[in-house]
Design a protein around this ligand. Structure first.
Ligand SMILES: [Zn+2]
Length: 180
């Protein structure tokens, strides 16, 4: 298991555009393995390569319900439907959350580690995660899209692992929403 350092907001790398992946080699596989390890260590739902300092169009997403954990190489949104407005967090902006409008459903096209193209449709939380991670590949942080700015999680919550839409955050966010 190899963990990589997650860059925090303020690091220029997070604001740069990632490049297309052309080599589907061992190095790419190692990067993806490390990204899964790092995402799980940080208790995140997703992680994009620029967050670990690599400007390549790659992100990983944890398994949710019936969907398996997946790595997306050169992902593009090919369709989106509806709208969901909800709270979002990010491993690169720990201890914060903000309310962001995202499509309710997205269809994404990407390549797997063999270079094979695939398409998947996601809704709800996963659709939110896919949009959030693809934004990272363009140097966009959810702060740019949050209406009403970012808010601090409760001090108590800051002690617990937080991250890209981590489950702990989701819980505290729901509580925060209810109190508004
Ligand atoms: Zn993020």
């Amino acid at each position: 298991m190899a963990l990589r350092k997650v860059l925090l907001e303020g690091d220029d790398t997070l604001r740069k555009k990632s490049r297309e992946v052309k080599d589907f080699d061992l190095r790419t596989q190692e990067l993806i393995d490390d990204m899964f390890d790092t995402m799980r260590e940080e208790d995140g739902l997703g992680l994009a390569a620029p967050q670990v300092g690599v400007l390549k169009r790659i992100f990983v997403m944890e398994a949710v319900e019936e969907n398996e954990a997946t790595a997306f190489i050169n992902p593009v949104l090919i369709d989106e439907k509806g709208e969901q407005i909800g709270a979002e967090g990010c491993l690169s902006l720990p201890g914060l959350y903000g309310v962001v409008s995202r499509p309710e459903e997205v269809r994404v096209r990407a390549q797997d580690i063999s270079g094979e193209e695939f398409e998947r449709t996601y809704s709800g939380l996963e659709a939110r995660c896919v949009c959030h991670e693809i934004d990272h590949l363009y140097g966009i942080l959810y702060r740019d899209k949050a209406t009403g700015g970012l808010h601090k999680l409760d001090e108590e919550e800051e002690e617990s692992p937080t991250g890209d839409l981590s489950r702990e955050e989701e819980t505290s966010i729901k509580a925060a929403d209810a109190s508004v």
